[in-house]
Ligand binder design. Structure first.
Ligand code: AMP
Ligand code: GLY
Length: 421
């Protein structure tokens, strides 16, 4: 069969790569894809934007596509799954009424409260003064969030009252008219990407992202600078609790609201030092870069999993098969990221990294003729597996320096919280 993947990041490269490992998949079409998917055998990039729904539907017809796998949240929240379903095109990813779980933090908070899902105490405000009054009563540290999709720029973790009050003014001035103000939670963050067909929900292996640019988790938040999986912070007991209290409770409430959710439900969790779990956020899609570490561990063909979600046969799918070990992904970023950065730098050494056993997923690259150049802030995700976490870390940090481009920056401490634990 042929599969169409929507998106152009490292996550979509990993999805296309994993799909192509399946004996059932002949061709993957990426709309629009990136320099990495351009280089994959049996993979075709088409220059169709993620919000060009008619163009994506046409590509499905032209390329005899069995189903569409949607990577990013924006097309899902704009209704891509609705558009394709109306045209009888199978799609992995929730419709608009489910994707709102990521697009509106206030909506998600309300759902969690109705479902009894443990989450930070919060208030939702439609005027800045009310938000500020609430902040004054709660004190700092406190977290201020824009309600809508803000590409990672809408969350301010404020250490002081002044920062929190300024955050309200800034978000309001930027046009965010609904704000969520939330209790500051302490602990370790864990990402649980769960598969659901709307009736059954099953987690993939838990992972830990590193969101900040600087080593030791310092500096600005980014799209994610590295990740490892599985994370033992999510113990068997914690995963059992996540299954019932978070995943099943959320799915039941979605069902009660008449929402037929099929795809990935991503729970961003905070695990407190005493093991207590609270949900920080839900996303309606695979995580980036979590996918780049989780999919290399998956041995069950990805198309079978996605089709089970689409066809509502997830309960009958045999237990997922996993590689017995760990995977670590280190992100190579452009100098200046997450601030301003330059593009068009020549990339070398990918084959040398691959010769050491690494898989290199492209996030922001493009081919200029035969030359691979940087085309984004997060440029590459370099992934290695190992039979232990320590081995995976050692493998990846041998491979990363083989890859080079002018100004390349990467964190040398991915997995540091686990190493200290
Ligand atoms: P979100 O998009 O809601 O996941 O927030 C982005 C990042 O902000 C999270 O990954 C956390 O690092 C941080 N964050 C969000 N909410 C909280 C909270 N209630 N307490 C502490 N940190 C938070
Ligand atoms: N890695 C964070 C995210 O995908 O939202």
């Amino acid at each position: 069969m042929n599969v169409l993947v929507v998106g152009n990041g490292g996550r979509e490269h990993a999805i296309a790569w994993k799909l192509l490992q399946s004996p059932n998949v002949q061709k993957v079409v990426c709309t629009p894809g990136n320099g990495g998917t351009a280089l994959l055998e049996n993979c075709l990039n088409l220059p169709i934007a993620v919000d060009d729904f008619a163009g994506i539907a046409q590509a499905c017809t032209d390329h005899d596509v069995a189903f569409v796998a949607v990577g990013p949240e924006v097309p899902l929240s704009l209704g891509l799954a609705d558009f394709l379903s109306e045209r009888k095109i199978s799609v992995f990813g929730p419709k608009k009424d489910g994707a709102i779980i990521e697009a509106s933090k206030a909506w998600a908070k309300d759902l969690m409260n109705e479902a009894g899902v443990p989450t930070a105490a919060a208030g939702t405000f439609n005027n800045p003064q009310a938000a500020k009054d609430y902040i004054q009563t709660q004190g700092a540290p406190i977290v201020v969030k824009a309600d809508s999709l803000a590409a990672g720029k809408g969350v301010i973790v404020a250490e002081t009252l002044e920062e929190a009050l300024n955050a309200v003014d800034r978000l309001w001035a930027e046009g965010y008219t609904t704000l969520v103000v939330e209790e500051f939670l302490v602990g370790q963050e864990v990402s649980v990407l769960a598969l659901t067909d709307g009736k059954t929900i099953r987690p993939l292996l838990p992972s830990q992202d590193h969101k900040q640019i600087g080593e030791g988790d310092t500096g600005e938040n980014t799209g994610g600078m590295g990740v490892y999986a599985p994370t033992p912070i999510a113990t068997t007991e914690i995963m059992a609790q996540v299954q019932t209290d978070v995943l099943e409770a959320t799915l039941k409430t979605l069902q009660n609201r008449g929402i037929d959710y099929r795809g990935i439900l991503y729970a961003g969790l905070m695990v407190a030092p005493n093991g207590e779990v609270k949900v920080l956020e839900f996303n309606c899609r695979f995580g980036d870069p979590e996918t780049q570490a989780v999919l290399p561990l998956l041995e069950t063909p990805l198309d079978e999993i996605m089709l089970a979600c689409i066809n509502q046969t997830l309960a009958e799918l045999p237990p997922l098969q996993w590689y017995d070990g760990s995977a670590v992904c280190v992100v190579a970023a452009a100098a200046g990221y997450p601030g301003a950065y330059e593009k068009g730098k020549i990339i070398t050494g990918i084959q040398a990294a691959e010769a050491l056993g690494a898989t290199v997923f492209h996030a922001g690259t493009k081919l200029e003729g035969d030359t691979l150049v940087t085309n984004g802030g997060r440029v590459l995700g370099i992934v290695c597996r190992g039979h232990s976490f320590e081995q995976a870390i050692a493998n990846v940090y041998q491979a990363v320096p083989k890859v080079q481009f002018p100004g390349m920056y990467y964190r040398r401490d991915i997995g540091h919280r686990l190493k200290k634990a």
